[in-house]
Design a protein around this ligand. Structure first.
Ligand SMILES: *Cc1c(COP(=O)(O)O)cnc(C)c1O
Ligand SMILES: [Zn+2]
Length: 411
C-alpha cells in the first residue's frame, strides 16, 4: 500500500483518494492509480524482485495492494518461451510466447483478480463480483472461494461449456444472463450502484484490477534479462490489458529497472467483434460499438471500455491492429500447438493469427524481438476447434497398427 499516492483522472487529472472509485465525478474519465515512483525506485531493485515469490506478487511495489496470501492462488510468473519453430513458419526472427495458459484458472485474468480482490479486502469488502466474458468468472469464483468470500459472477448465457462448468464448480453464485457481454456489463453497472458493498472487480474496483495486467510486461522484461522487447502482440477485448502492458514497460524504465526502450504495441481482434481494429483501419478517433459474433468469446466486447486508449497506444507506438477471421483463429490455435506444443483458447488463436497477418504484411519484422501474449488455455474452448480426433482407431493388435499407420522411413 505504501506507494499509492492517489487516483487520478486520465482525462482531466483531478485526484481522488485511493478508494473504490473508478470514474471522475467531473468528466466521467476513468481513474488511474498514481504512485510515488521515487519511493518505489529507492526501494526496488532487480535483486529485491528476484528474492520475491514466483508470482505476480514479486512486483508488489508496483501494484496497488499488498498480498496477505488470502487471494493468492499463485497467479503469474508463467513461462516466456522462445518460439523458433513458429518464427520460422511466419518468417520472423526472435519470437517469444508468453504462455499465460498456465495460470491457476488457465487465463491471464488470475493476475487482475488477485490484485483487485487483495485491494478489495484492504478496503473492507466481503463480497466479490464481476461482469465476465468467461475467464474472469472462472477466476473471481476461484479466488473468492480461496479467500472465503461470497461471490456473484455474471456471464452471458451462451458461453462455452468449459467456462460455465469452471465457474460453477467453486460454488454459488453464477448467474447466466440472456444477452451479450455488453448486456451483462450494463446490468452489473446497475447492480454495483444498488450494492455498493460488493466488490465488482471490473466495475467499482476496475482501477485496481487493471493494474494487474502490468505484470505481463514486468515478467516479460525480467525473463528477457531485464530488457523490453521491440514489439508485442496482445489480444484485445476491453483494451485494458493492452494499455496496461504498455504502461508496465514504461514504469520499469521510470523506476530504473530497465533502460528506456520504445515498445511497439499491436492489437489482435476477431473480425466478428473488431470495433477497435475497425477504428484503426478507418483512421477514426471514435470506437463505434458493434454486436459481437465470434468464437473468440473471451474478447467479444462490442463496446470496449478502454477502446480509445488501446487505439491511442497502438497508434503512438507505431503498432497496428488486425481483425482475423474465424478460420484464421482456428488455424492460429492449431499452428501454435503444432509448432510449439502450447494449446490455447480462441483468444490466443486470435493473437497468433494476428501475428501471422502482421508478419505477412511486414508490420511485425524479422529484425524485431517480438513477444506474443497467449492468454488462455485451449481446454476452455474445445467447441471452437471442431472435429479433431485420433489418427486411427484400431483393434489391439500389431497387425492392425501396422495396417493403419505408415511407418516407412521411421525404422
Ligand atoms: C479478458 C481476456 C482478454 C482481453 O482482455 P481485455 O483487458 O478485456 O482487453 C484476452 N485474452 C483472454 C484469454 C481473456 O480472458
Ligand atoms: Zn476527470
Amino acid at each position: 500500500m505504501a506507494f499509492i499516492e492517489a487516483l487520478t483522472c486520465r482525462e482531466c487529472a483531478r485526484t481522488y483518494p485511493a478508494e473504490a472509485l473508478h470514474v471522475c465525478d467531473y468528466c466521467f474519465g476513468p481513474l488511474e492509480v498514481a504512485y510515488d515512483y521515487e519511493a518505489i525506485a529507492a526501494q526496488t531493485t532487480r535483486e529485491t524482485i528476484a528474492a520475491g515469490p514466483r508470482s505476480i506478487w514479486r512486483y508488489a511495489n508496483l501494484l496497488p495492494a499488498t498480498n496477505d496470501g488470502a487471494v493468492d492462488l499463485g497467479a503469474g510468473f508463467t513461462p516466456l518461451l522462445r518460439a523458433d519453430r513458429l518464427a520460422a513458419e511466419l518468417g520472423l526472427g526472435e519470437l517469444w510466447v508468453k504462455n499465460d495458459t498456465l495460470n491457476p484458472t488457465g487465463s491471464f485474468k488470475d493476475r487482475v483478480v488477485s490484485v483487485a480482490l487483495a485491494r478489495a479486502r484492504e478496503l473492507g469488502f466481503k463480497v466479490a463480483a464481476c461482469a465476465s466474458t468467461g475467464n474472469l468468472a472462472n477466476s473471481v469464483a476461484a479466488h473468492a472461494a480461496r479467500a472465503g468470500m461470497k461471490h456473484y459472477v455474471f456471464i452471458p448465457a451462451n458461453l462455452e461449456r468449459g467456462k460455465v462448468l469452471m465457474s460453477a464448480v467453486y460454488g454459488h453464485n453464477l448467474i447466466a444472463v440472456e444477452g451479450s457481454y455488453d448486456d451483462v456489463n450494463r446490468l452489473c453497472a446497475e447492480l454495483a450502484s444498488e450494492h455498493p458493498s460488493w466488490a465488482f472487480v471490473n466495475v467499482n474496483l476496475r482501477t485496481y484490477y487493471a493494474e494487474g495486467s502490468k505484470t505481463l510486461a514486468f515478467e516479460t522484461a525480467e525473463q528477457l534479462g531485464w530488457e523490453a522487447p521491440d514489439h508485442v502482440v496482445v489480444p484485445v477485448g476491453s483494451g485494458s490489458q493492452l494499455t496496461k502492458i504498455a504502461k508496465g514497460f514504461r514504469e520499469l524504465a521510470k523506476v530504473g529497472l530497465i533502460e528506456e526502450h520504445d515498445v511497439r504495441v499491436s492489437g489482435a481482434q476477431a473480425l466478428g467483434c473488431s470495433p477497435i481494429a475497425q477504428a484503426f483501419a478507418d483512421g477514426s478517433d471514435y470506437v463505434r460499438p458493434v454486436k459481437p459474433d465470434t468464437i473468440a468469446k473471451s474478447i467479444a466486447i462490442g463496446n470496449p471500455a478502454d477502446g480509445i486508449y488501446a487505439l491511442d497506444e497502438v497508434r503512438n507506438t507505431g503498432g497496428a491492429f488486425a481483425a482475423v477471421t474465424e478460420g484464421e483463429i482456428v488455424e492460429g490455435i492449431r499452428l501454435l500447438a503444432r509448432t510449439e506444443g502450447i494449446f490455447t483458447e480462441t483468444a490466443g488463436g486470435t493473437t497468433i493469427a494476428t501475428l501471422a497477418r502482421l508478419a505477412a504484411e511486414g508490420v511485425v519484422r524479422s529484425d524485431e524481438r517480438v513477444v506474443a501474449y497467449v492468454t488462455g488455455h485451449g481446454l476452455k474452448t474445445i467447441e471452437a476447434i471442431g472435429d479433431l480426433g485420433p489418427t486411427a482407431t484400431i483393434a489391439p493388435t500389431l497387425e492392425a497398427f501396422e495396417e493403419a499407420v505408415d511407418l516407412e522411413g521411421e525404422g
